[in-house]
Design a protein around this ligand. Structure first.
Ligand SMILES: Cc1cc2nc3c(=O)[nH]c(=O)nc-3n(C[C@H](O)[C@H](O)[C@H](O)COP(=O)(O)OP(=O)(O)OC[C@H]3O[C@@H](n4cnc5c(N)ncnc54)[C@H](O)[C@@H]3O)c2cc1C
Length: 447
């Protein structure tokens, strides 16, 4: 069928959005098709490159006393030693660096961390510190290398962030500053089932609230309540609820009223910093002229030499999208598969097998499903690394090691060979492989 787009990206998470932007930057016409919401809305909004060394084993210096892993100071020093098949080993160190520069150009001053190769340690809602490469500017004043004393403020109706507990965890983790936590009631909210966006909207619109001493604005009431608890701390950390589109305005207003720096502490899902990152990426896609189709799944494909089976099945002619049970074809010259891992449903499993559902690309796994897991709940489970094996140009490989298709690349969570939650590399792998796959697809278009 006639080619409609130069590049078609399947999947609208961090990997797919980055691939589409990177291809569009090379003057390709790009379409992105995505089914459901990506994991961006659940993720913290942090972009981790490599927080922990996956090759470090007990007794080799990769662990602190007590068996806890040591966060990596410089992820770029560890990347060259990653095992063969790890996505960073496939794309190479330079692509990781370039993808971060690309991200910085897209994110502008909404993100920080570009001044150094070293990981920043960002406090999270559980009172742990997370090694990360890029973090929202709203979290910047809270990083753990900053020795200033800190007041953490939680809210009675937001039990996910227990500020006194988080403060004591931070101290126990050995951060170089004093921290104290208090719990307040949030002006204008009495129910503990209010959505996270309700907190953001009250602050963003600076809604009138009843302060007990008459009506006042939400931000004034919040600043007043925090001010009454502030001792000599020089910064205040609040859960990441300080607004949706205008979090910066809310934060600066609170800073002015309190006379100290204010920062957001990343929370669990649903996550406003994750939603803000998604908005930022989708605005960039619109500006770049990428055509975005959402809410429909790609369910199948047809190749040019359709009789080919198994590995090296030729060239994809078009994919089929399920629109209310009608199979609608979309064709392109080049394709990027960025459908996520087991969470995004880009890789699926049943009792018999682990598989990639659109193109049936090969996913290596043991025949015996009892080998997919280990006994220890927090052990190194093989299933955590299930995904597609690719060559250094990100073409998925069949069981025989040959390219599955001549015009399909893969990026992000759909790839195998790494354990994102354990090594803290999810964002960086999506960014670097999405960037590299999109760039290569955009450059290879047959114009
Ligand atoms: C709870 C949580 C917290 C996280 N926290 C962090 C963090 O702090 N730092 C960090 O760096 N990373 C974090 N991550 C990881 C990161 O957000 C992403 O999961 C990872 O980068 C994978 O992104 P992706 O684009 O490959 O896939 P996904 O985000 O899973 O997106 C895949 C997209 O493909 C779509 N799709 C799937 N199948 C089809 C189909 N057949 N047709 C069309 N579209 C399809 C899905 O609907 C989805 O939109 C977190 C993830 C989770 C789940």
């Amino acid at each position: 069928m006639a080619i409609e787009d130069d590049v078609l990206v399947i999947g609208g998470g961090l990997a797919g959005a980055t691939a589409a932007l990177s291809a569009a930057e090379r003057d390709a016409t790009v379409r992105l098709i995505s089914y459901k919401q990506s994991t961006l809305r659940h993720a913290s909004g942090l972009i981790d490159v490599l927080g922990y060394d996956p090759t470090a084993v007990a007794g080799t210096g990769g662990e602190r006393e007590g068996g806890e892993p040591t966060p990596l100071v410089d992820p770029f020093e560890a990347i060259p030693d990653l095992p063969e098949g790890h996505p960073y080993e496939r794309v190479g160190l330079e692509a990781v660096r370039e993808s971060l520069l690309f991200f910085d150009s897209v994110a502008g001053d909404a993100y920080a961390g570009d001044h150094t190769d070293a990981n920043a340690l960002v406090p999270t809602h559980g009172g742990t510190v997370k090694p990360t490469a890029r973090y929202p500017a709203t979290t910047a004043a809270g990083i753990a290398s900053d020795p200033r004393s800190t007041l953490l403020v939680g809210f009675e109706t937001l039990p996910d962030f227990d500020a006194p507990l988080a403060a004591s965890h931070l101290e126990a983790a050995g951060v170089p500053f004093e921290s104290r936590g208090v719990t307040l009631s949030f002006p204008g909210i009495e129910r503990d089932d209010a959505k996270i966006t309700r907190y953001a909207h009250i602050l963003e619109r600076d809604e009138p609230v009843d302060s007990g001493a008459g009506q006042t604005s939400a931000r004034a009431a919040l600043a007043h309540a925090i001010g009454a608890k502030l001792a000599d701390e020089s910064r205040v950390g609040l859960p990441a609820i300080l607004g949706d589109d205008h979090a910066d305005t809310v934060r600066r207003d609170l800073e002015e009223r309190l006379g100290v720096d204010v920062f957001e502490v990343p929370m669990g899902p649903p996550s406003l910093p994750g939603i803000r990152l998604e908005d930022l990426l989708y605005d960039a896609l619109e500006d770049a002229g990428v055509r975005v189709t959402t809410g429909v799944p790609v369910v199948d494909y047809e190749s040019v030499d359709a009789d080919g089976a198994g590995a090296n099945r030729g060239q994809i002619d078009h994919v089929l999208v399920d629109r209310k049970r009608k199979r609608v074809p979309y064709s392109a010259d080049q394709y990027v598969l960025a459908t996520g891992g087991l969470v995004g449903k880009g890789v699926q499993s049943d009792r018999e097998r682990v598989y990639e559902p659109i193109f049936d690309c090969h996913v290596a796994h043991s025949e015996d499903r009892y080998d997919w897991f280990v006994d220890e709940a927090f052990g190194e489970h093989p299933f955590a690394q299930f995904g597609l094996a690719v060559d250094r140009e990100l073409y998925p490989l069949g069981a025989d090691g040959e390219r599955e298709f001549s015009n399909l690349r893969a990026a992000g969570g759909v790839l195998g060979g790494f354990d994102a939650p354990a090594e803290k590399s999810g964002g960086g792998v999506s960014l670097s492989t999405g960037y590299a796959a999109g760039a290569a697809a955009g450059e290879e278009v047959d114009r």
